[in-house]
Structure formats: structure tokens, C-alpha cells
Ligand binder design. Structure first.
Ligand code: UDP
Length: 325
């Protein structure tokens, strides 16, 4: 298939794009390179530098003709979305609207969308199935939920077929590609920076959560297992339908447990510093992924936290200054 991957120079988009290119698909990456890295665009993929907020550029890119689009490009920081919501509404919702309109004009009718468990907010129960009420607690989560609604409306009105994958916490690295954000806000890369000595310590945001050790619990999924899910989703897209799947392992690990796993893997005991909760961070997010397992046949191959940390550690050691080296 000929595939357009928006955000394909970012962490998740680049690794999925690489997987698709290796699988024999013709891959075009569309990225504005603001958060993305030119060096992360996988071998075998063509790069179009364009912004989703530029409808002419997006229209021109789509006009090449594609069988499907995988849409990763977005702003994705909960904290930043609280102080700068307009950027999130403009980029995530406005950018996706431009993309969907360009897809419609070019008659591209298949979409796989990077959604997020942030659309659920604070769940009453974990693990969380797709029927969990959507009550996002951040502007980020609200914009992603609005996009899911928009996609559903395009499916009903215009014959689009789409699969939204609601990711939990993506981790690990693959094929020499990994996580390099500036600023880096994610837990595992921040612990690894401390392990490398690039940061003096890692902060633990919140030690008074109602969890087994007081720190927040998340469900970590290996980027390669997430990539598998995208390949399956692409095959499962059906016109006029919007399918939504939660995507995680179903195992929760606390921040302190992640710190210990990192110690085990790296042999380095990083210094930690307790800090207040980060606004908008729920106590516990764990996926129920029975639906994607049953309907798409997805099965994680690297469910262990240690494997994710080991792969992320290998990438961090190869790229101590990220892609800039
Ligand atoms: N976290 C932390 N220290 C950090 C980064 C994150 O304690 O330096 C916590 C964060 O509050 C959350 C969990 O680790 O409870 C996972 O955060 P991350 O930013 O990796 O992913 P998120 O769950 O926000 O998507």
C-alpha cells in the first residue's frame, strides 16, 4: 500500500513508519519537524516537510494519492496543554480537520489515528475497557476526544473508515530509533538521563496517590507491540466504520517500580527527588485490551517492563544527546 504517516519523524510515528516500510509498503512521512527529527525518518520513507495547519500543503501532499493515512502528528503534553490550550485546540483539532478534508478531496478513505487513554480522565475502575466514560481531565485529552468524535462523524457522513488506537504509556526503542523530546517529560527517558549522568536526579511526581506505594500507576507498552497493532489496524479498517481500541498490556507499574526496574537493567541507582503531583495526572491508568486481542488478534510480544527499559537504555546510550549527535 502507499501510506502517508503524519508525525513520522517523531518517536512513535518514526518507528511505525519504519515497520511499515520494512513490510514492503511505500511510506511518505509528513512532518513539520518542530518536535520531529529528520534523522528519525526511517530509511525507505520519503519525507515531506509540511505543517498540518497549512491546508494547501496538506492538500498537495494528499493529492499524490494514498491508500491510507496513519495520523500521529499532534501536541501531546498534558501539562503544556493546561497553560497553552489554544495551541492544542489549533494543532490537534484544526490540524486533523485539515487532514480529513484533504483526505476527502483526494478520496483517501482509510485512517489509523493515534488516540490516547487521556480521553478517559480519571476512571472509576481499572483495568479500563473502551466503555469507560470519557471525562478527560486535560485540554490535551479533550482535544484528542474531540478528534475521535470528528473522525466518527466523517465516517458516518463521508464513508471514511477509521481505527483509533487509545494508547496507554508507550516505551522502549526499536531499530536504532527511540524517544528524544525537548523538553523530555516522560518517566523512562528521564530516569535514563539520570542514569547517564545527564540529569542529577529524577523527580517523582506525587507520593500521596491512593496506590500501593503512593506513586502513580501506568500501563507501559513496548513500541514494537504498538507497531504491530498499527499493522493490524490498517488491515482492519472498514469503510463507514470507526473502530476504537484501547492498547496496553493490562499490567500497571508505579513510578517507584519503574525506577527499580531501571536500576535492575542499567545497574545504576539513580537519585530520586519527591515532588508534588503533576496537575491532571490520574492515580492509575491500566488498559483492558481484550477487544483488540479478540477482534484484531493483537498479542504483545514484549510485555515485560525490563525489556522496554533495556531497549530504551540501548537507545539512550547510543544517543546520549538524542538525535542531535
Ligand atoms: N513521572 C514522574 N517523573 C518524571 C516523569 C513522569 O514521576 O520525570 C510520572 C508522571 O507523573 C506519571 C508517570 O510518571 O505518573 C508517567 O508519566 P509520563 O510523562 O511518562 O507519561 P503520561 O502518563 O503522563 O502519559
Amino acid at each position: 500500500m502507499k501510506l502517508l504517516v503524519t508525525g513520522g519523524a517523531g518517536y512513535i510515528g518514526s518507528i511505525v513508519a519504519g515497520r511499515l516500510a520494512a513490510g514492503g509498503h511505500e511510506v511518505v512521512v509528513l512532518d513539520n519537524l518542530r518536535q520531529g527529527h529528520r534523522q528519525a525518518v526511517p530509511a525507505g520513507a520519503k519525507l515531506v516537510v509540511a505543517d498540518l495547519l497549512d491546508p494547501d500543503a496538506v492538500g498537495a501532499a494528499l493529492a499524490q494519492g494514498f491508500d491510507a493515512v496513519l495520523h500521529f502528528a499532534a501536541l501531546a503534553l498534558v501539562g503544556e496543554s493546561a497553560t497553552n490550550p489554544e495551541r492544542y485546540y489549533r494543532t490537534n483539532i484544526g490540524g486533523t480537520l485539515n487532514l480529513l478534508e484533504a483526505m476527502r478531496a483526494a478520496e483517501v478513505r482509510r485512517l489509523v489515528f493515534s488516540s490516547t487513554c487521556a480521553v478517559y480522565g480519571e476512571p472509576d475502575e481499572v483495568p479500563m475497557p473502551e466503555s469507560t466514560p470519557t471525562r478527560p481531565t486535560s485540554a490535551y485529552g479533550r482535544t484528542k476526544l474531540a478528534v475521535d468524535w470528528m473522525i466518527g462523524d466523517f465516517c458516518r457522513a463521508h464513508g471514511l473508515g477509521a481505527v483509533s488506537l487509545r494508547y496507554f504509556n508507550v516505551a522502549g526503542a526499536s531499530g536504532g530509533l527511540g524517544e528524544d523530546h525537548d523538553p523530555e517529560t516522560h518517566l523512562i527517558p528521564n530516569i535514563l538521563r539520570a542514569a547517564l549522568g545527564a540529569n542529577p536526579f529524577v523527580q517523582i511526581f506525587g507520593t500521596d496517590y491512593p496506590t500501593r506505594d503512593g506513586t502513580a500507576i501506568r500501563d507501559y507498552i513496548h513500541i514494537e507491540d504498538l507497531s504491530d497493532a498499527h499493522v493490524l489496524a490498517l488491515q482492519a479498517v472498514r469503510e463507514n466504520e470507526h473502530q476504537i481500541y484501547n492498547l496496553g498490556n493490562g499490567n500497571g507499574f508505579s513510578v517507584r517500580e519503574v525506577v527499580s526496574a531501571t536500576h535492575e537493567v542499567t545497574g545504576v541507582e539513580v537519585k530520586t527527588r519527591e515532588a508534588p503531583r503533576r496537575p491532571g495526572d490520574p492515580p492509575e491508568l491500566v488498559a483492558a485490551s481484550a477487544l483488540i486481542r479478540r477482534e484484531l488478534g493483537w498479542e504483545p510480544r514484549k510485555p515485560g517492563l525490563e525489556e522496554m527499559v533495556a531497549d530504551a537504555w540501548a537507545f539512550a546510550q547510543e544517543h546520549p544527546n538524542g538525535y542531535s549527535e
